[in-house]
Design a protein around this ligand. Structure first.
Ligand code: 2IT
Length: 445
C-alpha cells in the first residue's frame, strides 16, 4: 500500500477536508503492515473503496424561528459503509459542522461499530444548526424540518440514526415523531429514544459507562487500580455526565469539567449533586460551565482554558474532535498522567497521540473507548426487533462484556514486542479486518 499516493489522491478529490484526511491517515498508518500481508485486499482495492463513503445526502433545511424569520440550514447524512450491517451512527447539530467532520465521523464509526461485534455499518449525519439559545419550539420545528428530508433515506434495516453533540433524547423524540408521521410505521428507526417508546435503559449512560469500563481494563492490564485516582474530564454533556457518574461509582475522583467558555476545577470532587447539576447546565441551553461556581463556590473557573493543565492520573476527553493537542499532551505527561482514554471521537490530535505512544502512556482512541454508546444502540435495535425490553442490569452486563471484548481485540492486534499495548493499532487493525473481510466476501459493489 502506498499511503502517500492514496492520501494525495484523496486530498485532490476533496480539497480542505482536514479532519477526514486525519482520520483516514491514522487508520492507513495502523493497518499498512497487515494489509501488505494480504495481497487479495490490494487486488480488490479494499483501501481505495473503504476510505470513500458509499453515498452522501445533502439537503437544505428551511424553518421559521420564534420571531417569524425564515432560517436556512444545511442537512447531511453520510452513509459510509454497510458491509457488516445497516448504516448506524449519530446525528450532530453544531454551528461548525461540515462535510469534512461528518466524513471523519462516518469513517471512524465504520470501524468502531465493527469492534462492538454487533451487525452495524457506519454512518453519520447532522446539521450546522446551533441549538445554543434556541427555544424548545424552535428546536422542535427544526427537527421536524430536518426529518422531512431525511426520512426517505433511513429505516430499521437501512440506516438507523441516533444522537451525538447537540442531539439528545429530546431531539431524537422530535425527529422520530416526524419520521413516524411520514412513514406510518413504528419500527424503532432511531436509537436513544425515550423509555416509553422503545428506548433502552442505560443508553443515555452507555458512552460514559463503557468508557470507564474500558479505562478500568487498560489500568488492570498494568496492575493499576482505578479506585482513588484523580480524573480530568472535558465537556459537560451526556458523555461527560456518564463518565463522571461511573468514575465516581468506581471510586475515582473527578476534578474537572469544561465548556466552550473554560473549565471548572473542583478539588473536592465532582460527585452526587454536582453531577446532577451538569444536567441543569445543559438544560439551560447556554453552552457554558461558569454557573457551576455560583452553585458550588469552593470550585474555581478558568476562562478560555482547557482542563489538561491540571495534575491528574487519568485524562478523559469527552467533548469534541482535536480538543487535546500536543502542548496539552506535554503538560499531562509532565504532570505524571497514567492513562488517557479518548471518549470523544478523535479527541486528540495526531501529534498528541504520537507523544503519548512515544512515552508509553496508556492511551486508547475514541473508536475503542467510546464504542459503548453505539453498542448499546445496537442493543436497543435488538430489543425493538424482539418487541421486548431488557432490564438495566441486563443491558449493563452486556455493555460490560462488549467493552471487555473490545479491549481483548485491541490487545490481540496491538501488543508490541516489548509488551506495550498500542491501542491505536489494535483498534484500527481489528476493526479494519472485519470490514475488509466482509467486503471481500460480497464482491465489488
Ligand atoms: O459517536 C457515536 O458513536 C455516537 N454518537 C453514537 C451513535 C449511535 O448510533 O448510537
Amino acid at each position: 500500500m502506498n499511503i502517500e499516493k492514496i492520501m494525495a489522491s484523496l486530498e485532490a478529490k476533496h480539497p480542505g477536508e482536514s479532519e477526514y484526511f486525519q482520520a483516514v491517515r491514522a487508520v492507513l498508518n495502523s493497518i499498512e503492515e497487515v494489509y501488505n500481508q494480504h495481497p487479495e485486499f490490494e487486488k480488490a482495492k479494499i483501501v481505495e473503496r473503504i476510505i470513500e463513503p458509499d453515498r452522501i445526502y445533502t439537503f437544505r433545511v428551511a424553518w421559521v424561528d420564534d420571531k417569524g424569520e425564515v432560517q436556512t440550514n444545511l442537512g447531511y447524512r453520510v452513509q459510509f459503509n454497510n458491509a457488516i450491517g445497516p448504516y448506524k451512527g449519530g446525528i450532530r447539530f453544531h454551528s461548525s459542522l461540515n462535510l469534512s467532520i461528518l466524513k471523519f465521523l462516518g469513517f471512524e464509526q465504520t470501524f468502531k461499530n465493527a469492534l462492538t461485534t454487533l451487525p452495524m455499518g457506519g454512518a453519520k449525519g447532522g446539521s450546522d444548526f446551533s441549538p445554543r439559545g434556541k427555544s424548545q419550539a424552535e428546536i422542535m420545528r427544526f427537527c421536524q424540518a430536518f426529518m422531512l428530508e431525511l426520512w426517505k433515506f433511513i429505516g430499521p434495516d437501512i440506516d438507523v440514526p441516533a444522537g451525538d453533540i447537540g442531539v439528545g433524547g429530546r431531539e431524537v423524540g422530535y425527529m422520530y415523531g416526524m419520521y413516524k408521521k411520514l412513514t406510518h410505521e413504528v419500527t424503532g428507526t432511531f436509537t436513544g429514544k425515550g423509555l416509553e417508546f422503545g428506548g433502552s435503559l442505560i443508553r443515555p449512560e452507555a458512552t460514559g459507562f463503557g468508557g470507564l469500563y474500558f479505562v478500568q481494563e487498560m489500568l488492570e492490564n498494568r496492575d493499576i487500580e482505578l479506585k482513588g485516582k484523580v480524573v480530568a474530564i472535558s465537556g459537560f454533556g451526556n458523555v461527560a455526565w456518564g463518565a463522571a457518574t461511573k468514575a465516581t461509582q468506581l471510586g475515582a475522583k473527578v476534578v474537572t469539567i469544561s465548556g466552550p467558555d473554560g473549565y471548572i476545577y473542583d478539588e473536592e470532587g465532582i460527585s452526587g449533586d454536582k453531577i446532577d447539576f451538569m444536567l441543569e447546565l445543559r438544560a439551560s441551553g447556554n453552552d457554558i460551565v461558569e454557573p457551576y461556581i455560583e452553585e458550588f463556590p469552593n470550585a474555581k473557573f478558568y476562562p478560555n482554558k482547557r482542563p489538561w493543565e491540571v495534575k491528574v492520573d487519568i485524562a478523559l476527553p469527552c467533548a469534541t474532535q482535536n480538543e487535546l493537542n500536543v502542548e496539552d499532551a506535554q503538560k499531562l505527561i509532565k504532570n505524571g498522567v497514567l492513562c488517557v482514554g479518548e471518549i470523544s471521537n478523535m479527541g486528540c490530535t495526531s501529534e498528541a497521540i504520537d507523544l503519548f505512544i512515544e512515552n508509553q502512556i496508556c492511551y486508547a482512541p475514541g473508536k475503542a473507548v467510546n464504542a459503548g454508546g453505539v453498542a448499546t444502540s445496537g442493543l436497543e435495535m435488538t430489543q425493538n426487533a424482539m418487541h421486548l425490553n431488557w432490564s438495566a442490569v441486563e443491558v449493563e452486563k452486556k455493555l460490560q462484556e462488549i467493552m471487555h471484548g473490545i479491549h481483548n481485540q485491541c490487545v490481540k492486534y496491538g501488543k508490541q514486542p516489548d509488551g506495550y499495548i498500542n491501542y491505536v493499532k489494535g483498534a484500527n487493525i481489528a476493526g479494519f479486518m472485519k470490514v475488509a473481510k466482509a467486503m471481500m466476501a460480497q464482491g465489488v459493489v
